[in-house]
Write a protein of this length. Structure first.
Length: 205
């Protein structure tokens, strides 16, 4: 049976995408996507008025309500510089009703495709926005295990069932790493004869 298509970027691919993306708007788009894990329809509808430091209010179209999301401190630093350079009037007034990214979902996906091409991302990964969202979910699950599910629910607006069904299936490589990290059978059992000696009252038979 063939391995299913990988839906998320490796750590190396994430780094290459960011390094190879030099346009400030494109870089912020990708970095915000990786930090928020939001849908493409949500990222292109963020207004400046929705941004409060590291807290971003996103309108969840599926639930017809807003949700509070957070970004990491590195992404906030990039965002702050971008806002000062693009959206702050010389008198210090921010254009709060303006969209952070004033382009369509189609354009956002086109930017992602171009960024993946520059970084030579594997064709096993779909070259579209959803792979950015999937990368966010996969990395949080890897780092936080089950504790990350509630965190992901708050960030992405997805249910635990959706997360486990569509995002929670690790690749063969990931499962191999986990198999070595969380061994049920200790290496000592396989290589240390002292265990058998102890069972036999100190003499090995």
């Amino acid at each position: 049976m063939s391995e299913p298509v990988r839906k998320y970027l490796t750590t190396d691919e994430v780094e290459r995408v960011l390094v190879c993306t030099t346009d400030p708007t494109d870089k912020l788009l990708i970095q915000m996507g990786l930090s928020l894990g939001c849908r493409v329809s949500e990222i292109v509808n963020i207004k400046l008025i929705n941004i409060d430091g590291r807290v971003i209010q996103i309108y969840d179209e599926k639930k017809d309500e807003p949700r509070q999301c957070v970004i990491d401190s590195d992404t906030q630093a990039v965002l702050d510089v971008y806002l000062k350079e693009h959206y702050v009037h010389r008198r210090g007034v921010r254009k709060d009703m303006a969209l952070l990214f004033d382009f369509s979902e189609k354009t956002a996906n086109r930017k992602i495709k171009a960024a993946f091409a520059r970084a030579k991302v594997s064709k096993d990964v779909p070259w579209r926005w959803h792979s950015v969202r999937h990368t966010y979910v996969r990395r949080v699950l890897d780092q936080m295990q089950d504790r990350g599910i509630q965190f992901i629910c708050e960030q992405t607006g997805d249910t635990p069932q959706t997360i486990l069904t569509y995002y929670g299936v690790p690749s063969i490589d990931d499962r191999l790493k986990v198999a070595d990290e969380f061994k049920i059978i200790s290496s000592n059992v396989l290589h240390d004869s002292s265990i058998k000696k102890n069972m036999n009252g100190g003499s090995e038979q």
